[in-house]
Structures are given as structure tokens and as C-alpha cells.
Design a protein around this ligand. Structure first.
Ligand code: ADP
Ligand code: MG
Length: 463
């Protein structure tokens, strides 16, 4: 893009950044990284924005893929543009042409929202895959979407680790309400933006307008509250906004990476208030859910990827959904660029080797995690798992925890023994007992399968 004036370049750079934000998935953003460098001499001519490309195929493809989103981005950057047009540049015309992409993006922003942060149009209930890790959160979100402000789930507080679908679920509520109740005013905002706006309003003596604006929304979606939880001044403002919204039976939904009680620096009266409605957690997806999510994402990008490859990804990328999307994206990009090479598990393994190595570090299970999960499954106390008591109701959970600790962690028998306050021989005996019982007791097998799945692993990992 040597030819542009400096001003043109500045605008283009801003547009590229904006487009990137508007594209909803990693897959689309990655594709953009490949296709945008093929565009040349972006320039404003009258009310048209022209971009040169290298041939008819590029022109048609880019017009379909990017003209609308570039137009949106230009307008968001303040440019007065009617149309975006791709032109075939003569002297580049004889250069080799790019491949035709096999899918189209669904990127669009939602305009009818009183939001300061744009919502992702793909974050709908339809695109959200339900599974045991999120079914509770999903049910609460659906109830809120159907009757905002009219359920006892107010506020709805959704928490869980990064990349597990909190923002997706929250925006799904927003989309649902906008669609079914067009008169309602919906405000989706990240806590960071909320904080910035608050600071701006303070500096510009515009607090009344700031307050007014938030207090008149019917549904407030505040994403990632952990970012404002430790800011004293904004806490006060938020507390007031929050109270007046609840007082008017307006719906508030919040997300956070930790439970209300674990919000660092957050005053108790605020965390107490957060818990008055409904608090739900999203956990890491099980193998089955990961596979279902992969299948739904593949269908959305219109690629054909064998079940074998999808299973390979689901088995190896376990930490969170964003990582799963990233892995899928790498595979899709490879397929885009190498349509003549059939994708094998070997290739996928190679493409994903860094992520898999990372996963191993992130998701090395601890004995403690296993004990907690087992205790929760059997409805016994964590302390009972290590207690001396030898009733059968405790012995089975205890031995299952021993068995899984041997199978799913890198700890040695003596080390596992220390965690259970027992000798390595006892741990060995316990694990052996479960191993034998698994072959003959269907109920036990089912229980172990469920626990393993809650731990984000598969039964076949237990070799
Ligand atoms: P969080 O806000 O918890 O960090 P996001 O909502 O941004 O996570 O989700 C990360 C990505 O994973 C998004 O692209 C989202 O669409 C996808 N995702 C998460 N959970 C699901 C799910 N259950 N079904 C489909 N996609 C999901
Ligand atoms: Mg989020």
C-alpha cells in the first residue's frame, strides 16, 4: 500500500482494526489476515471507497466477503462513505490468483442496541451448544431472556474461566430480548468501557447524563465485572446504578471470571447484592460437549472435516472453547491453503502440536481436583475422602479418587498416598480394587465415566 497519502493510510489502518473487531470468530479474523494484504491502494473518491485487487476472482470474493463490513467500519471511523468498491487493477491482473474461499462470513453488527460495545451477531442461543458444563447457566440465561426483570434471577451473575462462553451466553440474552421485545432498550457493555465512560463523564462534568443513560435501560449486560471490582470510586457509582435498575425491576446480567465472593477488592455490600439473584457457573466442557461444539463450528464454516480429526481435536484441546476454536481455525486455514492435500490425523497433530503441549501444562489435573470432583459426584464431604472411616459409602468414593489420581496425574504412588494420608500400598490396593470392579459393575463404570468427563477427560484416557 505504498501509493496512499499518509491520511489515507491512517484511515485504512483504523478501518482494518475496526473490521477485525467486527468479525466474530477467530477463524474469520485469521482469514482476514491472509486476504487483506491482497488489497491495494485503498482510497476515498467522492462518496466511494475504492480498493484495488488483483483479478476478477478476488474482486467478486472480496465484494461478497468484505464490502459490507468495510463500509460499516468506515462509518464507525467517521468517514462519510456510500459505497465500497473493489476494482481490478490492470497491471496486477496477470499475477497468479488466490484460491476461492469455501465459506462466507456472517459478520454484521447489531445496530438497534443502546450499547457502547458492539455485540457479536453469532453469539446467539441457537449457536450455543449445551452440555453438562453449562446447562445450569444456559437454563438461567434462557429464563432471563424470556422474562427480563420478571424472574427472581435478578441480577443474573455468570462466572467461570476464560473462553468458556460467558460473553456468548450474555449476548445471547441481549439478542433474544432485542428480537422478541423490540421496544426494550438493551445495553451491552464491557466493564472496561463502562469504566472509561465513567472517567470521561467525571472529567467532563457529565455525570448526570452518564447516570441517566444507564438508568433508563431495560436490560443491562455488564461483561467482565472483575475489572471494576477493585476500583473504589466506580464501585460506588455502579452500586447506585445497579440499585436503581433493580428497584425499577430492570434486568441486570453480569459476568466475571470468579464467583462474587472471590472478587478481589470488592466491597461486601456489593458482592452480597450480586448474590441476591442467581449465581451460575460455567465449567470446562466435557469431551462430548467439546466434540459437539466442534461439529457446530465446522457446520458454520462449511468445511468438511472428518470425525476422526474432530475427535482428535476434542481429545487433545480441553482447556476452553476459545482454544478449541483456535485449533479448528488452524486446521481450516491449512485446508484452505492446501486443498490438494488430504488432511490426516498426522497432519493435524503436527499443526496443533504447540497447542497440545500448552494444554498439557494448563490441564495437568491435581489430586485435589480429583478428590473434589469425586466427592461432589457422590455427595460426600471432601474431608470424608481422606478420613479414617471405613463405611462402604466412603470407601468406594475414596478408592475411585485413588484410582483416578493414579491414572490421571503424573504423581507417584507414594505422592498420591500423602494426599490421602495413607501408604502407597493402600493407594495401590484401592486403585486395583476399582480397576477390577469396573469390568463387572456397570453402575460403577457409569459413575467413573461421569466423573472423568467432569474432569475434562475421557474414559479411554484411563489406560
Ligand atoms: P468468555 O466470555 O467466557 O471468555 P466467550 O463467550 O468469549 O468466553 O467464548 C469464547 C468462544 O467460544 C466464543 O467464540 C464462543 O462463541 C465460543 N463458545 C463458548 N462456549 C460455547 C458453546 N457452549 N457453544 C458454542 N460456542 C461456544
Ligand atoms: Mg468474555
Amino acid at each position: 500500500m505504498e501509493e496512499e497519502t499518509e491520511k489515507g493510510n491512517g484511515l485504512w489502518n483504523a478501518v482494518v482494526r475496526q473490521v477485525k473487531q467486527l468479525l466474530p470468530t477467530d477463524i474469520e479474523r485469521r482469514r482476514m489476515d491472509r486476504y487483506f494484504p491482497l488489497m491495494h491502494s485503498p482510497r476515498l473518491e467522492g462518496s466511494e471507497f475504492l480498493i484495488d485487487v488483483e483479478g476478477q476472482v478476488q474482486m467478486e470474493t472480496f465484494t461478497g466477503l468484505y464490502a459490507p463490513v468495510i463500509l460499516d467500519a468506515l462509518r464507525m471511523c467517521g468517514a462519510n462513505v456510500e459505497k465500497v468498491r473493489f476494482c481490478v487493477e490492470e497491471r496486477r491482473g496477470d499475477q497468479p490468483q488466490m484460491q476461492m474461499p469455501r465459506y462466507r462470513p456472517q459478520a454484521k453488527t447489531v445496530r438497534s442496541v443502546t450499547s457502547t460495545s458492539p455485540m457479536n451477531e453469532n453469539y446467539t442461543f441457537e449457536n450455543f451448544v449445551k452440555g453438562p458444563s453449562n446447562s445450569f447457566a444456559h437454563a438461567a440465561a434462557t429464563a432471563v431472556a424470556k422474562g427480563p426483570g420478571r424472574t427472581s434471577y435478578n441480577p443474573l451473575f455468570i462466572y467461570g474461566g476464560t473462553g468458556l462462553g460467558k460473553t456468548h451466553l450474555m449476548e445471547a440474552i441481549g439478542h433474544y430480548v432485542l428480537e422478541r421485545s423490540p421496544g426494550m432498550s438493551v445495553c451491552y457493555i464491557t466493564s472496561e468501557t463502562f469504566l472509561n465512560e465513567y472517567v470521561n463523564a467525571l472529567q467532563n462534568d457529565a455525570m448526570p447524563a452518564f447516570r441517566e443513560r444507564y438508568r433508563k435501560v431495560d436490560l443491562l449486560l455488564l461483561d467482565d465485572v472483575q475489572f471494576i471490582a477493585d476500583k473504589k470510586q466506580i464501585q460506588e457509582e455502579f452500586f447506585n446504578t445497579f440499585n436503581s435498575l433493580l428497584g425499577l425491576h430492570k434486568q441486570v446480567v453480569m459476568t466475571s471470571d470468579v464467583a462474587p465472593n472471590d472478587l478481589k477488592g470488592c466491597e461486601e455490600r456489593l458482592t452480597g447484592r450480586f448474590q441476591q439473584g442467581m449465581v451460575v457457573e460455567i465449567e470446562s466442557p466435557s469431551y462430548e460437549t467439546r466434540l459437539a461444539i466442534l461439529k457446530s463450528k465446522v457446520a458454520a464454516v462449511h468445511h468438511l472435516i472428518s470425525d476422526e480429526i474432530l475427535k482428535f481435536i476434542a481429545e487433545n484441546i480441553k482447556s476452553h472453547v476459545r482454544a478449541i476454536e483456535g485449533a479448528l481455525n488452524r486446521v481450516v486455514t491449512f485446508m484452505d491453503l492446501n486443498s490438494d492435500i488430504p488432511l490426516t490425523v498426522e497432519i493435524a497433530k503436527h499443526l496443533l502440536k504447540d497447542s497440545i503441549a500448552e494444554e498439557k501444562i494448563i490441564k495437568d489435573l491435581t489430586v485435589d481436583e480429583i478428590m473434589r470432583t469425586v466427592a461432589a459426584h457422590y455427595g460426600v464431604k471432601l474431608d470424608d475422602i481422606v478420613a479414617k472411616e471405613r463405611t462402604q459409602t466412603l470407601v468406594t468414593p475414596r478408592q475411585v479418587a485413588m484410582f483416578l489420581s493414579c491414572k490421571l496425574t503424573t504423581k507417584s504412588l507414594p505422592e498420591v498416598g500423602v494426599s490421602f494420608k495413607r501408604t502407597h500400598a493402600t493407594v495401590y490396593h484401592g486403585a486395583q480394587t476399582i480397576q477390577k470392579r469396573l469390568d463387572v459393575e456397570a453402575d460403577l463404570k457409569k459413575a467413573v465415566e461421569e466423573i472423568v468427563s467432569r474432569l475434562g477427560r475421557k474414559f479411554s484416557d484411563l489406560v
